[in-house]
Design a protein around this ligand. Structure first.
Ligand code: CO
Ligand code: ZN
Length: 332
């Protein structure tokens, strides 16, 4: 799991530029599934077929994209102005190192005459790639190029931290689940989605194509266990979280209860999650066509959308175990 996570979190892949992530995941799952396709949007779709003639179609989703900074303008002195791709807080990106697809790196800073840091907005900030002029900068970076955090994964005990755990941690869990599931009475369709961070877009189109009987997505969620954090009943390391609700979906009771039942049968630790802000792919899947009963297995994560998103190894491993238990049995 660790090597896989190091590999996946180290790949450049802001929303709309998921090619390299898709390529890496394809390599990781080849030989473990019956079929791999890519659709128009760029979703990677891997199918594990079932010998059961009454197999239900289960769609599993984890998003490949990560948040990023997109260049809107290059000033005469070569500083890059930028806008957000997905949920980018000015405080999270301030003084971070960022990297573009071609490997060009830059430092994020701000107009220092700003008198009140509370007024810090992305339009008061810029990326400095060390260029001296617009012409020099333009040799390396074009308008519309996107940068992501440059923050290779680190480990401290059971905790892994770095950028893009949202949602490469979910991708890693799905990859390991693909390898771990032996026989299933269900047809399993694993979708590594694009453009979740800008509005669950890849999940929307792939759910339409797949037309699943049930949808499960795997994504990170916030925790309430850091000093004076907003109260939330999810702790890092206490087990994968069974989502009850977020801003995008009220999980179908049938799916939520099934997750709880399987966790209890197998003695896998789990937590119940209500996330007040934010959403994930199930938000799009459950509204597909006539509606799809959908749920979410969440990976507790501190500092989501920062360069140091922190997850716990045990939560990842237990998420794989729980998903495997769910998928290897009938889903009613
Ligand atoms: Co996110
Ligand atoms: Zn996410």
């Amino acid at each position: 799991m660790k090597e896989l996570l190091v590999r996946l979190t180290g790949i450049y892949g802001p929303s709309g530029r998921e090619e390299a992530v898709r390529q890496a995941i394809r390599q990781e799952i080849e030989g473990f599934v019956d079929e791999i396709t890519e659709d128009v949007m760029g979703n990677l779709i891997a199918v594990k077929k079932s010998s059961n003639p009454d197999a239900k179609k289960v769609m599993l989703a984890a998003h490949m994209d990560q948040i990023g900074l997109i260049v809107t303008n290059i000033d005469e002195n070569g500083f890059l102005r930028f806008s957000n791709v997905g949920g980018v807080s000015p405080f999270n990106v301030l003084h971070r190192r960022v990297v573009f697809q071609n490997g060009v790196t830059g430092a994020v800073s701000y107009e220092t005459e700003l008198d009140d840091m509370k007024k810090l907005k992305l339009d008061k900030m810029y990326i400095d790639i060390g260029a001296r002029s617009r012409e020099e900068a333009g040799k390396h970076v074009q308008i519309g190029d996107a940068a992501v955090y440059h923050a290779p994964m680190a480990q401290s005990g059971d905790r892994y931290f770095g950028c893009a755990m949202d949602d490469r941690a979910g991708c890693a869990v799905l990859v390991e689940t693909i390898r771990s599931v032996k026989e299933s009475p269900n047809e399993l369709i694993f979708v590594f989605t694009v453009q979740e961070e800008v509005g669950l877009r890849g999940a929307k189109t792939s759910a339409y194509t797949i037309n699943p009987d049930i949808g499960i997505s795997v994504d990170v969620t916030l925790t309430g266990d850091t000093p004076k954090s907003r109260p939330m009943a999810v702790n890092l390391g206490d087990g994968p979280a069974v989502k009850v609700k977020d801003a995008s979906v009220i999980c179908h009771p049938k799916v939520k209860d099934l997750m709880i039942q399987r966790a209890e049968e197998a003695g896998i630790p789990y937590q119940l999650e209500v996330l007040e802000y934010g959403g994930t792919d199930s938000g799009a899947i459950h509204l597909s066509r006539e509606g799809v009963p959908s749920g979410v297995i969440s990976i507790p994560c501190r500092y989501v959308h920062s360069a140091h998103e922190m997850v716990d190894r045990n939560d990842l491993e237990n998420a794989v175990k729980l998903l495997t238990c769910i998928l290897e049995k009938e889903i009613v």
